[in-house]
Design a protein around this ligand. Sequence first.
Ligand code: UDP
Length: 238
Amino acid sequence: TDASPTYKRILLKISGEVLMGEQGFGIDMNTVKAVAEEVAEVARMGVELCLVIGGGNIFRGLSKAAVGMERSSADYMGMLATVMNALAMQNALEKLDVDTRVQSAIQMNSVCEPFVRRRAMRHLEKGRVVIFAAGTGAPYFTTDTAAALRAAEMNCDALFKGTSVDGVYTADPKKDPSAERYERLSYMDVLSKDLRVMDASAVSLMRENDIPIVVFSIREPGALKKVITGQGVHTVIS
Ligand code: UDP
């Protein structure tokens, strides 16, 4: 199983909800640790890693918690939530001796670095994992789109989407037992069938830049390593 990685540099997108584990809200440190172990394993293989973590476990702009708030303000709160998740992940990675830098799209210099593309490149070359926080820095976007944007900017070979399901299915496998997993899909399939893997702007950006999206389960121990070497259960959108 010591196959060499198919992808040299990837951006891994994890939704905030993954980090809440079995809780209904917030950050479950044991889950963060488990995800960090997955990341550390592939970092040690020499894969260059960028991370984007969502904020949905804490706050979403378009949620009940934000009713009555101005959309932009609510979205800024959502972006701040992603910074908390990024710091939790940085901490967990550094406990595993993985050098990590957090770069935020909203400057907060006493907490983390600002996003500077060239500096992020340098971190990757030095073997550091770079966590991009605060999404795109703009309201009305999602962290999926932020992940696609950074994947393109950082010349990543693939955008890995770690979810709680091990790929893209014909229907929701948690509700419909006859749902089947796609091995491969085209970007257009995802857009025209309205398969909700990632939002349409993220998928379009990956299509324009010819960067494959790899959907897999981040909850399955060892899956990230397997998928990065072209094995394991996943769906490739290209
Ligand atoms: N957000 C935003 N601009 C961005 C990224 C995120 O305004 O570029 C806000 C938005 O309110 C979103 C929240 O941050 O609901 C959390 O991100 P997201 O919902 O994408 O997190 P996930 O679903 O991946 O946990």
